[in-house]
Design a protein. Structure first.
Length: 68
């Protein structure tokens, strides 16, 4: 059966934006070598528990840290 999706609340939209802002900072720290990939994963988990971003269950769990 199809479940109807409801429009996100203002609070959900704000939390989603805050999550993505926080993740941009964490990604920058990782790219500058200021945190390790393990620390990145831990902080990402904390951010997901704190902000509950949209479609949280399908967001990637790990970052690609390979060097081109």
């Amino acid at each position: 059966m199809n479940e109807l999706m409801t429009a996100p609340t203002t609070d959900e939209i704000i939390r989603n934006a805050q999550y993505h802002q926080a993740q941009r900072v964490v990604e920058l720290l990782l790219s500058k070598g200021l945190i390790t990939p393990v620390e990145y994963e831990k902080i990402t988990d904390i951010n997901r528990m704190t902000y509950h971003p949209f479609l949280e269950e399908i967001l990637p769990k790990q970052v690609d840290i390979s060097v081109d």
